[in-house]
Design a protein. Structure first.
Lengths: 282, 503
C-alpha cells in the first residue's frame, strides 16, 4: 500500500520520506496535506504537509520533524515498510495566479510544504524571492530545491550558524521596503507566521499563511481544528489550511494548540526513548 | 428497580413452565409482564465501557415473544422502515426456532444485531404494536427490538452466520461512498446482484457512525466488525483512506475509473456550534470530536491509545439528542465527577430515546432543562471555567412542532465547568457537492434524490442516509440504501440492454 521507497535523515529530528500513494500523487495540489495513522486500534491520526509528489511514479514526499509520539513512530519505519494509513490530499489547494512579485517565507520544516507553492508561483510567472529560516544550520531544509526556482534565496538562522543571523522577519521587512512585493506566503511555526503578518501589515501586502492545528479525521467531521478567522469559526481541514494572515486570531489559535499539552508531554518522553535505541543500533 | 440477570431468568423460567403446557389465549398473552432487559448495574457500568444492556436470556426471549398476539393487521410492520416480517420472526422465536427467526429478519434487514440495539423502536414498530395499544402504554408493547437483538446475537454466538449468496458476475463495477449503515446495506444488495462492489471509506476503519459515533457501551464494535466481515466474505472490497472529492472525485470515478454507478452514503458532515462567545476556548469540543476520540481512536483506553482525551472534572453537554446522551455518558465513564445535560426545552421535547435518558439518569447525569447557553467563560490561559446560561420557559410551538423556549429576562446565571461538549447536530459536508459537476443539493446542502429510487440529478449516481436525510436513524439510512440498490440494479440492467442494442 503506502510503501516507503526512500528515507533520509536531514537532521537529528527531521526526516524526508518518499512513499507510494498513486491517487494522492495524482490529485494533490500545492498547499494540501495528508493524515496518517499507523495501523491498529490505538495509533493516533496526525496531519502532515506534502513536500513533493511524482504523479508518474505515484509517490509522495513528506518532510517531518519527530516531535510527538506518532512522528517518532513514523521515523522508525524504513524503506520497504509501509505506512498503514494515508488519507489525502486534504484541504483547499493554494490559490495560484500571477500576482507579480511574490515572497515565500518558510520557517523550520515549514519550508517543505512551501516548496511546491513557491514552485507553482514561479511557474505562474511571478517574480519570486524566498526566505528560509530555522533555529540553527542543521534545521535548514530545501535550500537546494529553492535555489532551483528562485535566484534570490535568503537563508537565516537564529543562532547565526548559517546564512544571516536573523529572524525571517528581518529580510521580510527589508524586502517589503525595497522590493515592494504584491503577495507574501508564510509557512512555519505559528509564532513566526504571526510575526510575519505584523511585519507585512504596515506595507499593506496581502499575506497567506498555512495553519497546522489539532485534527482527528481531517474531513470536517470533528471540528477540533477550528480557528477564528475575522471573528468567524472556520475549519482548517476543509476551509483551510491557508487563510488570510491578517484575519487569523493568532492568540486563540496558539492557545488551542496547547489543549492536550499535559498528555502530549508524557507521550513524547516515551517515544524519544524508542528513537534513541534505534539510533544506537544503527 | 433493576434485577440481576439471574433473577430475571428465574422469573421468566417460572412463566415459561406455566404457559408452555397449554394453548395461550389473547387474555393470557396480555397478562404476561414485559420482560425487563438485564443490564449492568449503574454503579458498575460507569467504570467501564462494556455494553450496558446484557441481552435477554433464552427463557426471557421466549416469554417476551409469547406476548405477541400475532394480530392479523400487524401494525408493527407498518411502523418498520424496512418492513421486517415482525410477527413472523417473533412466532419463530416463541417456538425457540432462532435460526429461522433470524433468517426471517435478514430477508428485510441487513444489520439486525445493530438495529436490535440502536433502533428507536418505541417510535416505530413498538409505537404501533397492538399489545401496547391495549395496555394504553407504549412501554408495554412487545419488546420487538430486544427479541431482534437476541436472535441476531444467537446467530453470531452459534457461529452460523450465513453469507448471503451472490449471483454470477455482471461485469459491472459499482462504487459505494462511505461505509455506514446506508452504504453497508447498499453494498450488500448490489453485491448480491453480482456486481463488483468497491466501498470507499475516508477513515482507517469502516462502519461510519456505528464506529466513530455510537459508543462501545451502546453498540460493541465487534458487532459492526462482524457485519463488515460478512460484506468482505461476499466479495465487497473496502478501500480505506479514500475521501471521495479529494482522493478522486465522483466524476473521476465515473469517467476515469470505470464505475458504472455510484451510491453516496457519506453521512452527516460538519458539527454545528451555537456561535456564542467563547466557543473556541480550550475545553470546548464538538460531540463528534469527543466521541470520535473515544470511540474510533480508543482514547478511553488511556494506557494504550496514542490519541489524547481531555481530563474533565465537571462537564456541560449542550443538546438533548442521543448524541448528547452518548457524550455525557462517555464523559462520566472517562472519570468526570459531574456531568450535566444543558437543554433549552423540557424532558417532553427532548429528542433522545427514552431508554438512553433513563440510563443517563441512572448513571448520575444531571439534567438542566430550560437552560439556554449564552456565553462560554474562560480564564487568562483560555481554559473554560464556566458557562453563562439564561433560564427559559416554553412558548408557542415552532416549525418542528415542539414548543420553543423563551428566555426569561434577568435570569442569567453562571454554571462552573472545565469542559463543554456541543451536541446540537451537524450540517452537511460540502466536499462532494463542491467537487462534483452536476450534482443537485438543497438549501441545506443535502443531496436531492427521487423519493422512490434515491436517484440524484446525475445519471447513475444515487444517494441515501444522512447526506440526504439530514440526521436520521440507522434504520432509515438502511431503508434508503436498500431502495437505492434496487433502483441501481434496475438502472444497470437497463444500461446493459441499451449497450447491447447499440453494438
Amino acid at each position: 500500500m503506502f510503501t516507503i521507497v526512500d528515507k533520509r535523515k536531514m537532521s537529528p529530528e527531521v526526516f524526508r520520506m518518499v512513499f507510494t500513494a498513486p491517487y494522492i500523487a495524482r490529485s494533490r495540489k500545492p498547499g494540501q496535506f495528508i493524515i496518517i495513522q499507523q495501523g491498529g486500534d490505538y495509533s493516533e491520526r496526525i496531519p502532515l504537509t506534502i513536500a513533493d509528489a511524482d504523479a508518474e511514479k505515484g509517490t509522495v514526499t513528506i518532510i517531518f520533524q519527530a516531535v510527538g509520539a506518532a512522528t517518532h513512530q513514523l521515523a522508525l519505519l524504513d524503506p520497504g515498510e509501509a505506512i498503514a494509513n494515508v488519507l489525502g490530499p486534504l484541504g483547499q489547494p493554494t490559490h495560484i495566479e500571477k500576482f507579480g512579485k511574490v515572497i515565500c517565507v518558510g520557517g523550520g520544516i515549514g519550508a517543505a510544504p512551501l516548496h511546491p507553492i513557491a514552485q507553482a508561483m514561479a511557474q505562474a510567472g511571478n517574480e519570486l524571492k524566498v526566505i528560509v529560516g530555522a533555529r540553527t544550520k542543521d534545521l535548514i531544509i530545501m535550500e537546494e530545491e529553492m535555489n532551483k526556482i528562485s535566484d534570490d534565496v535568503i537563508i537565516c538562522t537564529d543562532d547565526g550558524s548559517y546564512g544571516r543571523k536573523a529572524l525571517v522577519t528581518e529580510p521580510l521587512k527589508e524586502l517589503c521596503e525595497q522590493w515592494k512585493p504584491d503577495m507574501v506566503v508564510a509557512i512555519g511555526p505559528p509564532i513566526m507566521m504571526k510575526f510575519c503578518t505584523q511585519t507585512t501589515k504596515p506595507f499593506g501586502v496581502p499575506i497567506i499563511v498555512s495553519l497546522n492545528t489539532i485534527m482527528v479525521d481531517g474531513t470536517g467531521m470533528c471540528g477540533g481544528c477550528r480557528v477564528s478567522i475575522n471573528g468567524k469559526t472556520k475549519f482548517v481541514c476543509v476551509d483551510g489550511p491557508e487563510f488570510d494572515g491578517y484575519a487569523v486570531d493568532w492568540e486563540n489559535m496558539m492557545m488551542r494548540l496547547g489543549t492536550f499539552k499535559t498528555q502530549e508531554q508524557k507521550a513524547h518522553h516515551h517515544c524519544h526513548i524508542g528513537l534513541n535505541i534505534k539510533e544506537g543500533e544503527a | 428497580m433493576s434485577h440481576t440477570i439471574e433473577q430475571l431468568d428465574a422469573e421468566a423460567s417460572v412463566l415459561l413452565a406455566k404457559y408452555s403446557s397449554n394453548e395461550l389465549k389473547n387474555k393470557d398473552r396480555l397478562a404476561i409482564p414485559v420482560q425487563e432487559m438485564p443490564s449492568q448495574a449503574p454503579e458498575i457500568r460507569v467504570n467501564n465501557m462494556e455494553e450496558v444492556a446484557l441481552g435477554y436470556t433464552e427463557a426471557q426471549v421466549i416469554v417476551e415473544s409469547m406476548r405477541c398476539l400475532q394480530c392479523a393487521t400487524a401494525p408493527c410492520v407498518d411502523g418498520c422502515p424496512v418492513r421486517i416480517d415482525i410477527p413472523g420472526f417473533i412466532a419463530l422465536a416463541a417456538k425457540g426456532d432462532f435460526a429461522r427467526s433470524i433468517a426471517t429478519i435478514k430477508d428485510s434487514s441487513m444489520l439486525p444485531s445493530v438495529c436490535g440495539r440502536v433502533c428507536p423502536q418505541e417510535s416505530q414498530c413498538q409505537l404501533t404494536c397492538t399489545v401496547g395499544k391495549v395496555h394504553k402504554n407504549v412501554d408495554k408493547a412487545v419488546a420487538i427490538g430486544r427479541i431482534e437483538r437476541y436472535v441476531a446475537d444467537w446467530e453470531a454466538n452459534h457461529g452460523t452466520r450465513s453469507i448471503p449468496p451472490v449471483l454470477s458476475s455482471t461485469g459491472k463495477k459499482v462504487g459505494v461512498i462511505g461505509s455506514g449503515p446506508a452504504s453497508m446495506t447498499a453494498a450488500a444488495d448490489l453485491r448480491r446482484a453480482g456486481h463488483e462492489v468497491v466501498m470507499f471509506e475516508a477513515l482507517h476503519k469502516a462502519g461510519g457512525v456505528l464506529v466513530y459515533g455510537i459508543p462501545e457501551f451502546r453498540l460493541p464494535k465487534r458487532i459492526v466488525e462482524e457485519e463488515l466481515h460478512t460484506l468482505s466474505d461476499m466479495g465487497v472490497k473496502i478501500e480505506y483512506n479514500f475521501l471521495v472529492g479529494r482522493t478522486a472525485t465522483i466524476n473521476d470515478l465515473m469517467e476515469r475509473e470505470g464505475f458504472s454507478a455510484l451510491f453516496i452514503g457519506s453521512g452527516a458532515g460538519l458539527p454545528n456550534f451555537l456561535n456564542i462567545p467563547g466557543e473556541n476556548l480550550i475545553g470546548v469540543f464538538s460531540a463528534n470530536e469527543y466521541l470520535t476520540r473515544s470511540n474510533l481512536m480508543k482514547a478511553y483506553d488511556k494506557a494504550k491509545a496514542g490519541t489524547p482525551l481531555f481530563d474533565s472534572k465537571k462537564v456541560l453537554v449542550f443538546g438533548g439528542g442521543n448524541v448528547a446522551m452518548d457524550a455525557a455518558r462517555t464523559a462520566k465513564r472517562l472519570g468526570a465527577d459531574e456531568v450535566n445535560i444543558v437543554y433549552r426545552r423540557t424532558s417532553e421535547e427532548m429528542p433522545a430515546r427514552r431508554e438512553e435518558v433513563v440510563h443517563a439518569h441512572e448513571e448520575g447525569i444531571i439534567f438542566k432543562y430550560l437552560h439556554a447557553p449564552k456565553e462560554i467563560l474562560g480564564d487568562d490561559k483560555g481554559r473554560v471555567t464556566g458557562v453563562k446560561v439564561i433560564l427559559c420557559e416554553l412558548g408557542a410551538p415552532d416549525s418542528s412542532g415542539r414548543r420553543s423556549p423563551v428566555e426569561i429576562p434577568g435570569s442569567e446565571q453562571v454554571l462552573s465547568c472545565d469542559t463543554v461538549i456541543v451536541a446540537i447536530g451537524n450540517s452537511s459536508n460540502p466536499l462532494i457537492e463542491k467537487t462534483t459537476k452536476g450534482l443537485k443539493v438543497d438549501r441545506k446542502g443535502h443531496i436531492v434524490v427521487d423519493e422512490e429510487t434515491c436517484a440524484t440529478s446525475m445519471p447513475g449516481v444515487y444517494a441515501g442516509g444522512d447526506i440526504v436525510l439530514g440526521s436520521a436513524t440507522v434504520i432509515l439510512a438502511m431503508g434508503q440504501g436498500r431502495k437505492a440498490a434496487k433502483a441501481m440494479n434496475e438502472y444497470l440492467l437497463a444500461q446493459e440492454k441499451v449497450g447491447g442494442s447499440a453494438t
